[in-house]
Design a protein around this ligand. Structure first.
Ligand code: SF4
Length: 387
């Protein structure tokens, strides 16, 4: 996965955004030539997988005009089929708040339908969405997001939905899932998103271990509501991925999800100024700026100043891999859920427990353990029912 930040600019000021409000007001854009430099170097170094997802994210991608992406896509596809070796199968992913979707954008999505996937961020019904997904004047954005989704539906453009779960959502699972079930015909799938860091977002959205029971009930309710929805089918990614891991975790060839999930170069991020990070999709170079003593967080370097080969040969990547390795070894030795964990909590362990080699965090309890238990219990209950 290659995550490109076309621009940090966003027309919304959602309270839980990973980008700072200052960043989201900056209107610079990633030069098309930078995309060419990055992609050519990735290809020359033999780092392209058979299938590659290029994701425009971090900032509202539709803040830039469609012809910016026409040009970028044309360039990437040309570079992909250029030179020796099999070209990768490339998919272009857009994650948008949908408020800027108009007929011009629908034409763009339609034009690229063979290699484009669209994701819409919407937190469900208005009363769940509007308190936190606001514009710069503090007004809720639900009406505009729904208008964008309706336009996509009218034009037959399928999309997936991502919804952030708040304290209010936990209390209203029926209203929450009904909103998305009503759009099941046009949704490819659905993912509910619990903040990656429990301390972010204030009381409406933060969580603690004391909330474990509430999350267990929410997962149970969502599982049975998604299952019982009459006539509508809405794949819920949180559940299908958890079930996939439960299925794959037995047997001699069971994948090591924790190590695979954050293997370096599996995900590569380039922000609009050219800072390169890896390990997590969308990792922001501002995060933990002082961790490695250069004020640049987990940035490997800047593609305008260094080549990718120089960045990958530097000792900073080695130090980061060493730290992530400490986390993985500790998890493998200490956690009963290791075989089922998707991984991705290394920096959370450092922030929450003060050490990479420190094991369980609040996120482990809520995201991994409680969810895995809920899915496993649900499946075994289903299997016990008479056919
Ligand atoms: S749940 Fe937490 S402690 Fe367990 S393997 Fe995953 S990250 Fe490690």
């Amino acid at each position: 996965m290659i995550v490109l930040q076309g621009t940090p600019l966003c027309n919304l000021n959602c309270s839980y955004c990973d980008l700072s409000p200052v960043s989201r007001k900056l209107s610079h854009r990633m030069p098309i030539s930078m995309i060419g430099t990055l992609f050519s170097q990735i290809k020359q170094l033999g780092l392209l997988a058979d299938e590659v997802s290029i994701v425009w994210h971090s900032g509202e991608p539709l803040s830039l005009p469609p012809d910016y992406y026409d040009e970028a896509i044309e360039l990437i596809l040309a570079l992909n089929s250029d030179g020796p070796g099999m070209p990768a199968r490339i998919t272009f992913d857009f994650q948008t708040n949908a408020t800027l979707i108009d007929y011009k954008w629908c034409e763009f999505f339609h034009r690229h339908r063979d290699h484009l996937r669209l994701g819409v961020s919407c937190d469900g019904p208005r009363e769940l969405h509007d308190p936190l997904r606001v514009n710069w004047s503090g007004r809720g954005s639900h009406a505009q997001t729904v208008r964008g989704m309706d336009l996509l539906a009218e034009r037959g453009i399928a999309f997936n939905a991502i919804a952030v779960v708040t304290a209010e959502t936990l209390a209203q699972p029926q209203e929450f899932i009904d909103f998305f079930l009503a759009r099941a015909d046009v949704l490819t799938d659905f993912h509910f998103n619990i903040l990656a860091n429990h301390a972010d977002g204030g009381p409406q959205i933060g969580y603690s271990r004391d909330d474990t029971q509430k999350y267990a009930e929410f997962y149970r309710a969502m599982l049975s509501l998604a299952q019982s929805a009459e006539g509508s089918k809405l794949p819920v990614r949180n559940f299908s991925q958890t079930l996939g891991r439960i299925r794959a975790a037995t047997g001699p060839d069971a994948p090591d999800f924790v190590r695979l999930g954050t293997a370096p170069l599996r995900q590569l991020n380039c922000d609009a100024r050219g800072e390169i990070t890896t390990f997590y999709a969308g990792l922001n170079a501002e995060f933990l700026a002082d961790l490695y003593g250069d004020g640049k967080g987990l940035s490997l370097g800047n593609i305008e100043k260094q080549t990718l080969a120089e960045m990958l040969g530097g000792d900073k990547l080695e130090r980061m891999m060493d730290d992530f390795g400490k986390s993985h070894r500790h998890c493998a030795l200490s956690c009963d859920y290791y075989a089922l964990c998707p991984g991705g909590f290394e920096l959370t362990q450092l922030v929450e427990n003060g050490d990479f080699a420190s094991g369980e965090t609040t996120e482990c309890v809520i995201h991994v353990k409680t969810l895995t238990d809920a899915v496993a219990t649900f499946v075994s209950d289903q299997l016990r029912q008479p056919a």
